[in-house]
Design a protein around this ligand. Structure first.
Ligand code: HEM
Length: 504
């Protein structure tokens, strides 16, 4: 039984020795903390909120820092300027993803976010571009409005289940855009399996687990019953769900197409084009990008909305000012629309601030280098993990970055600053930057402005009428959301409430 461990230690030694033997042309790696043999800097990093450690290192070593994690060279970028110089401008070098056994083990190696830089990746990005580019995202405006009104109605029905309604809001937009589903239900197919898959992927790709399995690939051979190998059971379940989730909604579109009644969707558009002529992509690629949309967009978008609601509960004055603006621009006899957006400047500032205040993916997804590079006299070896500290970037140039203050998004002459959300580091960088950003941004704005128009969002009260305290606390992981909290959605006008109940 000792054999696997001996092999694992040997693998670790090889991993440890390999990067140092690379040619560095005599140049040093970027500065960083001293590391221990084997484990490297594992013990120095706050494993729950690694971005905080990276920011401390920025103060000590500067905007680009190197460290080592179990045999792996890691380059941490703590400044938007450097991220743009490397990940955007040298994207031919910085667009790979870390290689490791985890995505394959979990049967999700076809998800775009895990693909290495290569032909399949480029094909996926091309398909995304066709379906999710800005004008395509704009063509779904009626859908975002329609689903936002459905969200309001669900909130009137069962306000205490608001997290579930946010999930359903995001899921129904994604399922409609991707497959043309008119309605989806939380407890029925295909949402149950796809949402479970998204949840298991979040568990499966926890960075610590990935690091250990990458350093000790031999562990991926352990049987599921082996003590400590519970990940094998998750992996088994994920593999089954991934196949189910890829095939079921895809077959739904094909059936509708055969019957001649398929609504417009990403999958039907791509299949139609494929039949038409010239395109060399396969049905398999269409299935893969379609499922990627859900996996990548579901948790990120609903967490953003949950964070927005928490911000409104904790900052009633900002909420009041935003509502005052909606009442004066939109009036009280209709609901907001996208054409109101340019006039809703304070709402825009509140929306930007809610996103900045607790960034949903604080370190995004790691990139990897596909060849050696030299940057400002530092050597960056091929195969390095490159981690953008988006959390720190969202605080750059702001006084009191922890404070929720929408006013920071206005210039001194009172005009809204020109930097739009779509251009922010929160979407990642270069050729790996989030292809869903236009849909995500429009869909979350639509929900946020509708919530403000219709509800006063307040702390909930207990049976004795006392306010239930709400804490500014977030989960950790690739995607961070507020820890579950309670709040109340109080309709601001009986007319609007009636209209929503009647489905107006
Ligand atoms: C508020 C919501 C969202 C946020 C904050 C967000 C953020 C991100 C970030 C930080 C990355 C990593 C970028 C990088 O590696 O440089 C990413 C990747 C990705 N996102 Fe999003 N995202 C959101 C919603 C969506 C939606 C709705 C979709 C689909 C419609 C989507 C599709 C993707 C895909 C496919 C990738 C992988 C790209 C690749 O590896 O090439 N995202 N996203």
């Amino acid at each position: 039984m000792l054999f696997p461990y001996v092999l694992a230690v040997t693998a670790l030694l090889l991993l440890y020795l390999r990067p140092w033997s690379r040619k560095s042309a005599g140049l040093p790696l970027p500065p960083g903390p001293r590391s221990l043999p084997f484990l490297g800097n594992v013990g120095d990093i706050d494993m729950v909120r690694p971005w905080r450690t990276y920011s401390e290192w920025k103060a000590k070593y500067g905007p680009i820092v190197s460290c080592r994690l179990i045999g792996q060279t890691v380059i941490i970028i703590n400044s938007e300027k450097v991220a743009r110089q490397l990940l955007d401008q040298r994207s031919a070098i910085y667009s790979d993803r870390p290689a490791g056994p985890v995505p394959k083990l979990f049967g999700i190696d076809f998800i775009t976010a895990f693909l290495p830089y290569g032909d399949t990746f480029r094909l996926h990005r091309r398909l995304f571009h066709q379906a999710l580019r800005p004008d395509a995202a704009d063509s779904y405006r009626d859908l975002y409005l329609d689903k936002a009104r459905q969200l309001l109605s669900n909130l009137l029905g069962s306000p205490e289940a608001f997290e579930k309604h946010l999930f359903l809001y995001t899921a129904s937009i994604i399922m409609s855009v991707t497959y043309g589903y008119d309605k989806v239900s939380w407890d029925g197919p295909p949402i149950t399996s796809i949402a479970k898959l998204a949840e298991l992927i979040n568990v499966g790709i926890q960075p610590e687990r990935s690091a250990i399995l990458t350093a000790f690939p031999i562990l991926t051979r352990l049987p599921p019953w082996f003590p400590g190998a519970s990940f094998q059971r998750i992996a088994q379940r994920t593999r089954t769900l991934a196949l189910e989730s890829m095939n079921e909604p895809f077959e739904f579109v094909k059936r509708n197409m055969a019957a001649g009644n398929a609504p417009k969707s990403m999958v039907s558009d791509l299949l139609n084009e494929m039949d038409g002529e010239k395109h060399a992509y396969s049905e398999q690629a269409v299935k893969q990008v379609a499922l990627t949309v859900f996996v990548a967009g579901f948790d990120t978008s609903s967490s953003t909305l949950s964070s927005f609601i928490l911000a409104m509960v904790l900052h009633p004055e900002a909420q009041r000012l935003a509502q005052q603006e909606i009442d004066s621009v939109v009036g009280i006899d209709r609901l907001p629309d996208f054409y109101d957006r340019p006039s809703l400047k304070y709402v825009e500032a509140v929306f930007r601030e809610a996103i900045r205040w607790h960034i949903v993916a604080p370190v995004g997804l790691p990139h990897a280098t596909s060849s050696d590079d030299v940057f400002e006299g530092y050597f960056i070896p091929k195969g390095s993990l490159v981690v953008p500290n988006i959390w720190d970037m969202s605080r750059e140039g702001h006084d009191d970055p922890d404070v929720f203050r929408p006013e920071r998004h206005f210039a001194s002459d009172g005009t809204l600053l020109p930097d739009t959300i779509a251009a922010k580091p929160m979407w990642g960088f270069g050729r790996r930057g989030c292809p869903g950003r236009f849909i995500a941004e429009a869909a979350t704005w639509s929900a946020a402005v509708h919530l403000l128009a219709v509800f006063r969002i307040t702390k909930a009260v207990d049976e004795s009428g006392k306010e239930i305290e709400v804490k500014e606390e977030f989960t950790s992981g690739v995607v961070c959301r507020p820890v579950p909290f309670q709040c109340s959605f109080v309709p601001r006008s009986t007319d609007r409430e009636k209209a929503i109940r009647l489905g107006d």
